[in-house]
Design a protein around this ligand. Structure first.
Ligand code: ADP
Ligand code: MG
Length: 737
């Protein structure tokens, strides 16, 4: 039976929905962390002194003693082998955006005393600490010359080792950083760790000013809400565009989209729930605190949210979560789509990056306090975030770039590309009060807005949930954390958090320096803080926007306020090498200039490759699937129209003729549009040598609109050609299971 849209529906109707045997149910608390070589396991299995030294390294940085590494590696290996592991791998995050691994068996030949050899299970400290994958095929943006193609991976002890299982056995995963032999970062974990270190150092300066001598470190805490689509695998397999590019380059609007809003928070279907339950169990076993699951706005769209963790672990865990979603979907005969915009005209998927700062004693520094001095400190950190977002908006925007996300940002479903901050009315009036800041502090009961003396008056309690209702802001304060909502669903959260931590580190540095200088000059802390905050809040108030970010007027208003609006990825990436953007990363050594320029090039190359793949898909699907069917239909309809005309003999065209002409218009339109796209694509392919930015701009300006032009005709044809012939599963089938 050949494929047609209608056949697909017949098959679906005739066959039962796939049934997957449920896994044995276990309580989350029992299952949690089963496959993790966690602190608790290490405490049990390591000699006390070694454990203490390792704990020290994990908490405050530094490196392990070589002897200790051997003991730790031995304990890890025993633990993994007891659980059935046969292989180990360093697991890292190259600039491809995916994770990478290269498995080695726990197997080393050992010369025996009689001159023979035996195989033993070996895993030494050296093997733990350093791996050497052949790195020549990972993007390096020119950092690695081909004659020195090697890179090496090194264990990140702050992220625990874990076991992953598939039908063919278990492998021990060692979370690692990935460096070139010259020590440059080729990955996303290294700069993330550096950014965390930078932010910690600067935040501690502020804490010390406020008399906190106990905290040893300040960490960024992150909870990443993950949106995704599930489509039936049988249809997915027939959509080469979804399989290869993650998004459909053709597809007419379905009869029913999201307009009824009946999917959002709707009852979860049993088939999807079975999938979600398995995803969660796999996450819990890996110590990933999955907590919330629900239907999202678009049909077939869902969301999963874990509880927040330290940013480094949350990043690793989000990479694993995406992998678990994809592989579990296969078992359930679904395909999980993580692309930011799999379906035109239907909401896309994002990733809300909830972010806060927490000191080593467990205090959330973005928690408004109940005493005047707590408030002064809270307001100082708040000012730092406002300054970071205002001054370094382009750096933050760079944390969200990608060809996929361009279809989503600013498309009335996700925040615009203008990075502004939502604070909510109460908090905004508090900072306005600080700006007004006359003497004569008031307490909470009498505080009525208007005036706020830092360190003396208390803030009114902030209603937490009200602040979350503005979904149109890219960067919203939601009670005790900021929610960065511009990250795309398929993207690593590392770049967004690297930018955020680096930008906040710069702002904290500026503020700490100013306060320290004032104190040196003999000014009292309260008055120095009052002055500094009043000035900062005044300077950065323009980045605060509590209104509707989707509204047309906001674009004009934001321009008036001087906020950058980098609407597409290429325009944003082009700014990466601006001096003031580079400074955000250079200032505290988060990235070197060479690393930045390499990243800029990799991002642009990646953008170009994505658009070229989509172009090739548009051409091949358009020419080899849609056109033949449309031409066949045109021929049949032509004959019908001719018959009708000869029967009617009338002067005015019969409806059949009108239909035929319209059909022909779209068929010839599609042919012409495909030719045009093809020609342009060839021309751009030949541009190879001319700078990467120019090629990216050309892909954006020349290919994207031409693909859209093909689509207009193809999607119109979809609505005209007999369903029995249409060669692609339609949105109706993909979106409603
Ligand atoms: P909201 O309703 O504001 O979206 P939720 O409680 O549903 O808040 O949390 C959304 C995400 O934010 C979750 O991943 C949660 O763990 C995370 N989160 C909550 N508090 C913090 C915090 N202090 N820092 C970072 N993330 C947090
Ligand atoms: Mg949220």
């Amino acid at each position: 039976m050949s494929y047609s849209a209608r056949n697909a529906v017949r098959v679906a109707v005739a066959t039962e929905k796939p049934q997957v045997a449920p896994l044995p149910r276990q309580l989350p608390s029992e299952l949690f962390g089963r496959d993790v070589f966690s602190m608790n396991v290490m405490r049990d299995r390591l000699p006390q002194a070694i454990f203490s030294r390792l704990e020290q390294v994990i908490k405050t940085g530094g490196s392990l003693l070589e002897g200790d590494a051997d003991v730790i590696a031995g304990a890890m290996k025993d633990w993994a082998i007891e659980r059935g592991a046969t292989h180990y791998t360093h697991w890292f995050q190259p600039m491809t955006g995916a994770t990478a691994e290269k498995h080695d068996a726990f197997l080393t030949p050992l010369l025996t005393s009689d001159g023979g050899s035996a195989m033993i299970n070996e895993f030494s400290g050296k093997m733990l600490i350093k791996g050497e994958p052949d790195a020549s095929s990972f993007p390096s943006g020119g950092i690695r010359a081909t004659f020195e193609a090697r890179g090496y991976t090194a264990w990140d002890p702050t992220s625990p080792v874990f076991l992953l299982e598939n039908q063919n056995g278990k492998t021990m995963y060692v979370p690692s950083i990935f460096l070139s032999y010259t020590g440059e970062s080729l990955d996303r974990k290294t700069p993330l760790l550096r950014s965390l270190e930078a932010m910690s150092q600067q935040a501690l300066r502020i804490l010390r000013l406020f008399g906190n001598t106990g905290a040893r470190r300040v960490n960024a805490m992150v909870g990443a809400e993950q949106e995704y689509f599930l489509v039936d695998r049988r249809y997915f397999k027939l959509r080469t565009d979804l399989r290869l590019a993650g998004r459909s380059v053709f597809g007419a609007q379905p009869a029913k989209g999201q307009e009824l809003e009946d999917h959002y928070f709707g009852a979860i279907s049993p088939r999807v729930l079975a999938f979600m339950a398995e995803v969660e169990e796999r996450m819990w076993a890996l110590g990933i605190p999955a907590r919330t699951r629900h239907n999202e706005v678009a049909p077939a769209q869902f969301e999963l949210a874990p509880m927040f963790e330290s940013a480094n672990i949350a990043t690793d865990h989000n990479m694993l979560t995406m992998e678990i979603l994809r592989t579990t979907a296969e078992r359930h005969e679904f395909a999980c789509l993580l692309h930011e915009k799999p379906f035109a005209g239907i909401n896309g998927s994002g990733k809300h990056n909830n972010w806060s700062m927490c000191d080593s004693e467990g205090n959330n520094l973005l928690n408004p306090g109940s005493t005047p001095s707590d408030n002064a400190q809270f307001l100082t950190f708040l000012a730092a975030v406002l300054r970071a977002v205002h001054e370094h908006a382009i750096a933050l925007r760079l944390g969200t770039v990608g060809a996929g996300n361009d279809h989503r940002l600013g498309a009335n479903e996700a925040p615009p590309a203008i990075i502004s901050v939502f604070l909510g009315e109460q908090l905004t009036s508090v900072i306005e009060g600080v700006i007004a800041g006359k003497k004569g502090g008031k307490d909470a009961s009498s505080w009525g807005g208007g005036v706020m003396e830092v360190g003396v008056s208390t803030m009114p309690p902030l209603p937490r949930d009200i602040s979350d209702r503005n979904r149109t802001s890219p960067f919203a304060f939601t009670g005790n954390k900021f929610e960065f909502r511009a990250v795309g669903a398929s993207q690593s959260i590392a770049p967004a958090n690297i930018a955020l931590n680096a930008a906040v580190a710069c702002a904290l540095d500026d503020i700490a320096t100013e306060l320290e200088n004032a104190l040196k000059k003999g000014q009292a802390l309260n008055s120095a803080v009052q002055e500094t905050l009043a000035r900062l809040f005044k300077a950065h108030l323009p980045v605060v926007f509590n209104g509707n970010g989707y509204a047309e007027e906001w674009q004009a208003e934001a321009a008036k306020r001087g906020l950058p609006n980098l609407k597409d990825s290429v325009s944003a990436i082009a700014r990466y090498s601006d001096k003031e953007v580079m400074d955000v990363f250079l200032r505290h050594g988060v990235l070197s200039q060479r690393e930045i320029l390499a990243r800029q090039e990799i991002l642009l190359e990646n953008y170009i490759k994505n658009i070229h793949v989509e172009t090739k898909l548009t051409c091949s699907i358009g020419r080899s699937l849609i056109l033949p069917v449309a031409l066949g239909w045109l021929k049949d309809m032509g004959e019908t129209a001719k018959t009708v005309q000869s029967l009617a003999q009338s002067a005015s065209p019969a409806p059949e003729e009108t239909y035929f002409m319209r059909l022909r218009g779209h068929v010839t339109g599609l042919m012409a549009a495909l030719d045009d796209l093809d020609a342009k694509h060839e021309q751009l392919d030949a541009m190879e040598g001319s700078g990467v930015l120019r090629r990216a701009e050309a892909a954006r300006d020349e290919l994207l609109p031409r693909m859209a032009a093909c689509r207009v005709h193809a999607d119109a044809l979809e609505g005209m050609v007999d369903d029995d012939r249409w060669p692609l599963p339609k949105y109706n089938e993909l979106l409603w299971h």
